[in-house]
Design a protein around this ligand. Structure first.
Ligand SMILES: Cc1cc2nc3c(=O)[nH]c(=O)nc-3n(C[C@H](O)[C@H](O)[C@H](O)COP(=O)(O)OP(=O)(O)OC[C@H]3O[C@@H](n4cnc5c(N)ncnc54)[C@H](O)[C@@H]3O)c2cc1C
Ligand SMILES: *[C@@H]1O[C@H](CO)[C@@H](O)[C@H](O)[C@H]1NC(C)=O
Ligand SMILES: *[C@@H]1O[C@H](CO)[C@@H](O)[C@H](O)[C@H]1NC(C)=O
Ligand SMILES: *[C@@H]1O[C@H](CO)[C@@H](O)[C@H](O)[C@H]1NC(C)=O
Ligand SMILES: *[C@@H]1O[C@H](CO)[C@@H](O)[C@H](O)[C@H]1NC(C)=O
Ligand SMILES: *[C@@H]1O[C@H](CO)[C@@H](O)[C@H](O)[C@H]1NC(C)=O
Length: 528
């Protein structure tokens, strides 16, 4: 199914090249006087990750509702849809259940992803660390080990946690996280603001004090015990964003703690983005690198130069981190986007017969039980100790056949393991920690922005008809928020260029919108 779809997109795109690109339409003298057919205005989207695919989807919603006459082209330099949301298969065998190589979970509060999964009939699996223990490793010792039950659900309120950190730290942190989620949910209501300036948006949500301070300073100033922040919250910020609590901004910290009800699409989260794109009926150009974008002289149009030719557009949506695209922009536009470092994250996936990491590596007795989910804290290193050699190690169940795949169930299956680390994990290291491993897959991602405290963000609108979805990433970087950032961008763009938004000409947040009572399951953009 997945392969077929990619294939058909590919066919579609190679045919599509012939129209907008290389082949001149009217060559012969017979047609020299023929009037050019009235062509629809076009919008270019660069990037087919969460941001770009959802942008195409939002535009198609407006087309469907208001008959806006516009064609959409999506350019993607890689050979797949999903960007940082993609899977690999153990042994590269597609009859096995896939493993997420990038973004793996989303939560109940992520209404766009939840709604898309439902509309496109994608099966979700809850993210559980089924009955395995979770430990927090500081490089030399486990500072905390919680027996079974899901870390992501509520172990931060278990007895052991209360014993170590006191009662107020978990409850205060929980209140901070809950208030953040409550505000976040207003983004799905008809009253949701639109924003071309993320700083103004952040002020309106009263999140400035969360982005302009580190998580540790913010939590401490809200009465959370320092050790709780530096061990437990840090375990979450390190596994979610590869960053420590005394570096990451507090909004990033709160997002890291907001993992209750976490799940993922069983066959791969990228399927959401494939379906959004398929549903949009946009033209998709895979393996097509965008090289340069220029103003078309004497007009307000944009010319997009790609590895396959060039095309003129009424509007352009950039849905990739600009500094990683290598796209040449007019210098006045490029200057608007401040340099943005990303976290280099090594993801190592493997299969092994070892049911848990070896106790010896952790300085434990050979018969000691080692947690199957190991998070980490930098607190040991801050106190002059040794830095953990990884951010997280997690067992993800056994190698198994994909539901519906032909062939017998796997007999005597191996375990699958995922490791996040700042440095490349060597074969020797794997041997030390797991004894033997069978299949190993390594990927170095520029995973997420370095979320340093700030109150300034890149512009959402770079120029008339030119928008930047990933301006949102240094604020919050998740799959869901990229679909929200793209909704905002599409709404602004459509109002500017076509006089109506995704939900009609009404500006979000105007009086009329608030007058109608909205049902609890209302999702802005889907239901308006
Ligand atoms: C290991 C890892 C774990 C993560 N875990 C989670 C998680 O559990 N939950 C969560 O919500 N988020 C998670 N994230 C973050 C999440 O993946 C991102 O926030 C989100 O996927 C970004 O989507 P995007 O569309 O903005 O960017 P991307 O997915 O990066 O898409 C941009 C696309 O643009 C393409 N492109 C770039 N330059 C060009 C060009 N010049 N021409 C054409 N195409 C171009 C790229 O090939 C890419 O496909 C994780 C990320 C990583 C790496
Ligand atoms: C995985 O399999 C596909 C399809 O057979 C092949 O094209 C690809 O090169 C393989 N990848 C690796 C890393 O072996
Ligand atoms: C949804 O998926 C289930 C199982 O994956 C299938 O039985 C059902 O027919 C599907 N429904 C639709 C409407 O496609
Ligand atoms: C952070 O923002 C808050 C709220 O706007 C403000 O009171 C505070 O001074 C800012 N702190 C820093 C370090 O900029
Ligand atoms: C898009 O999805 C909706 C269901 O959410 C479906 O009714 C519609 O037919 C789909 N359109 C296309 C073009 O796939
Ligand atoms: C707002 O509501 C009023 C009264 O219901 C109506 O007359 C008016 O046309 C509405 N305005 C818009 C912009 O829809």
């Amino acid at each position: 199914m997945h392969r077929l779809f990619i294939y058909s997109l590919f066919i579609c795109s190679s045919l599509a090249f012939q129209f907008p690109f290389s082949i001149p339409l009217f060559k012969s003298k017979d047609t020299a006087h023929t009037e050019q057919p009235q062509v629809s205005p076009r919008i270019a989207i660069i990037g087919a990750g969460a941001g770009g695919t959802s942008a195409a989807f939002w535009i198609s919603k407006a087309k469907e509702k208001f008959g806006i006459d516009v064609e959409i082209d999506v350019y993607e330099r890689s050979d797949y849809i999903g960007g940082r949301s993609t899977v690999v298969y153990p042994y590269n065998d597609t009859t096995f259940a896939p493993l997420e190589l990038g973004a793996s979970i989303f939560v109940d509060a992520n209404k766009n992803l939840m709604r898309a999964s439902k509309e496109f009939n994608l099966t979700l699996t809850a993210f559980e660390d089924d009955d395995s223990n979770t430990g927090i490793w500081d490089g030399q010792n486990f500072v905390l080990v919680i027996e079974s039950g899901s870390y992501l659900k509520s172990w931060w309120a278990t007895l052991k946690v209360l014993w170590r950190y006191g009662y107020t730290a978990p409850s205060r942190t929980k209140a901070i996280v809950q208030s953040m989620i409550d505000r976040f949910l207003s983004l799905y209501t008809p009253e949701s603001p639109r924003w071309d300036d993320i700083s103004v948006f952040s002020e309106r949500f009263q999140w400035v004090s969360m982005t302009n301070q580190t998580a540790s300073v913010f939590l401490e100033s809200n009465g959370v015990a320092p050790l709780f922040a530096r061990e437990l919250v840090e375990a979450a910020t390190r596994v979610n964003y590869g960053q420590n609590v005394d570096k990451i901004h507090a909004l990033g910290g709160a997002i890291s703690m907001a993992a209750s009800g976490a799940s993922g699409v069983a066959a791969g989260n990228f399927l959401i983005f494939e379906r959004l794109l398929e549903n949009s009926t946009a033209k998709v150009f895979l393996n097509t690198n965008v090289k340069e974008i220029k103003r078309k002289s004497g007009s307000s149009l944009w010319t997009v130069y790609t590895s396959a030719g060039s095309q003129t557009y009424q509007a352009v949506i950039l849905a990739a981190p600009f500094h990683q695209t290598n796209i040449i922009l007019p210098s006045d536009l490029a200057e608007l986007i401040p340099p943005q470092p990303y976290v280099d994250l090594h993801v190592t996936l493997l299969t092994t017969r070892s049911d848990h990491p070896r106790p010896e590596y952790f300085g434990l007795a050979p018969n000691a039980q080692v947690p199957a989910t190991i998070l980490s804290t930098y607190e040991g290193a801050r106190a002059g100790g040794v830095e953990p050699e990884f951010n997280s190690i997690s067992y993800h169940g056994k190698v198994r056949k994909l539901d519906g795949a032909a062939g017998d169930a796997v007999t005597d299956p191996e375990s699958t393991v995922k490791i996040f680390s700042e440095e490349r994990i060597t074969d020797e290291w794997l041997e030390t920690v797991f004894g033997s491993v069978s299949w190993v897959y390594r990927k170095l991602w520029q995973a997420y922005p370095v979320l340093l405290p700030t109150s300034e963000f890149p512009p959402v609108k770079l120029d008339q008809g030119f928008y930047y979805v990933n301006a949102f990433e240094p604020f919050i970087s998740t799959m869901e928020t990229e679909t929200i950032a793209s909704r905002n961008v599409v709404d602004l763009l459509l109002h500017e260029e076509f006089g109506t938004g995704i939900c009609g000409a009404l500006l979000s947040g105007t009086e009329n919108a608030t007058q109608t009572a909205t049902p609890a399951d209302f999702v802005l953009g889907w239901d308006c």
